[in-house]
Design a protein around this ligand. Structure first.
Ligand code: UD1
Length: 416
């Protein structure tokens, strides 16, 4: 298993280019199931999760070709509308095939995702919405067996805000008969990006990016081209790294308007930030001030940025309260940060982080994707050498992490 060896203590300087968004690329790849014609994507990030999705779609008969940042997916026929446990357990986003398969083939067999390191993560909202559209869904031997002659438009009020839940229902509704209203929909920019891709394929969608989405079903969708939006979580991770380690960095190919909550918190921490259309410049020349965050659905502070901000708080001046409201078990990085010398106590869903002046390098273990990013940030600040174990978590969601960080002057090395 690969590890990262990081020698901390250097400020970050220079420019990095942001990759395409993992959480937009994955649902948009699934949208290819809705048409027999090619879906041509650009700005596709080179990530393990993207390869896993390509493999999953390939198993169903989708032809996938890929070069550099481009990917063409053609679902001429779907041989087997099944997502097996083997792949779903490694990547929960696999559940995004459920809606499109049901809409296109009238049936689907998709493994239940099961528990994962950051909490229970059920799929009841996906199921409830598809049932409202006329699907029959039985759960047997750990699989959802779904069928429907043709899905019908419906008014769906989601009990809670679910990103992939909203995306699954939006894709299903695109080919349903009649109009679907999704209320209490997720407003994440990735939902809006998926809607843009679907619209390019001929879907009729209004309101994506707001909490009410209206989809008028059409009889068929066609091929299209689409550029995947920039990854706001990757962007935010580099910004937090600079805020923690100090220095001056320019992020190119970013989408600043998708990062309001993060940018506001970084300014509060003392970072100087300059924006234009697609670049963000950050400068930090002092030890950060402690900033408290509370995670919430978009446009609130992203749960996917929580671990990175805990690392920032660990070396800040003062005490920060980090409150996690989305996932019930997303503080595992706290124990690992303590191994580096952080002072963190957890009470319920709040971590109280008392900033210390110095962290010290140690061996730590990545527990999930964003937790690992938090550990990398802490390691960039820590004195001496940190070895981060199990970085396959990072490879799922950060393209060329060690290359990008090295380019900024960090001492980072992958040990195979
Ligand atoms: C997506 C993101 C993930 C991010 C998360 C929250 C992708 C591929 N992944 O995950 O990076 O951390 O949004 O911003 O886009 N829930 C239910 N029932 C459901 C669905 C969800 O109870 O049917 C709960 C979950 O357990 C969680 C909350 O709702 O507590 C939000 O989860 P959700 O938005 O669905 O997360 P994902 O879409 O899986």
């Amino acid at each position: 298993m690969d590890k990262l060896r990081i020698t901390g203590g250097r400020p970050l300087e220079g420019e990095v280019r942001v990759s395409g968004a993992k959480n937009a690329a994955l649902p948009i790849m699934c949208a290819s199931l809705l048409t027999a014609q090619p879906l041509k994507l650009g700005n596709v990030p080179r990530l393990m999760d993207v390869s896993t999705m390509a493999k999953l779609l390939g198993q169903m008969g989708v032809e996938v070709s890929r070069s550099e940042g481009k990917m063409t997916l053609t679902a001429r026929t779907i041989q087997d509308p099944t997502a097996s446990y083997d792949l779903v357990k490694t990547m929960r986003a696999s559940v995004l095939v459920l809606g499109p398969l049901l809409a296109r083939c009238g049936r689907a067999k998709v493994s239940l995702p099961g528990g994962c390191a950051i909490g229970q993560r059920p799929v009841d909202q996906h199921v409830k919405g598809l049932q409202a559209m006329g699907a029959t869904i039985a759960i047997e031997h750990g699989y959802m067996h779904a069928s429907a002659e043709r899905l019908r438009g419906a008014r769906i009020v989601m009990d809670l805000v679910s990103v992939t839940g909203t995306e699954n229902l939006m894709m299903a509704a695109a080919l349903a008969e009649g109009t679907t209203l999704i209320e209490n929909a997720a407003r994440e920019p990735e939902v809006a990006d998926l809607a843009r891709a679907l619209s390019a394929m001929g879907a009729k969608i209004q309101g994506a990016g707001s909490d009410v989405i209206r989809i008028e079903g059409v009889a068929s969708l066609g091929g299209a081209g689409h550029e995947v939006m920039p990854d706001r979580i990757e962007t935010g991770t580099y910004l937090a790294a600079v805020a923690a380690a100090g220095g001056k960095v320019r992020l190119a190919g970013a989408e600043p308007r998708s990062l309001d909550a993060t940018l506001e918190k970084l300014r509060e921490a003392g970072a100087k930030i300059a924006l234009n259309n697609s670049t963000i410049e950050i400068e930090m020349q002092e030890r950060p001030q402690a900033v408290s965050v509370r995670t919430a659905p978009y446009p609130g502070f992203a749960t996917d940025m929580q671990a990175q901000f805990m690392a920032l708080a660990a070396i800040a001046r003062g005490t920060a309260m980090i409150t996690e409201t989305i996932f019930e078990n997303r503080f595992m990085h706290a124990l690992e940060l303590q191994r580096l010398g952080a002072d963190i106590s957890i009470e319920g869903n709040t971590a109280v982080v008392r900033g210390v002046e110095r962290l010290q390098g140690a061996r730590v273990m990545a527990t999930d994707l964003r937790a690992s990013a938090g550990l990398v940030i802490a390691a960039l600040v820590a004195e001496g050498e940190t070895v981060v174990d199990r970085i396959y978590h990072l490879d799922r969601g950060y393209e060329a992490l060690e290359k990008k960080l090295s380019r900024l002057g960090a001492r980072v090395e992958r040990i195979r």
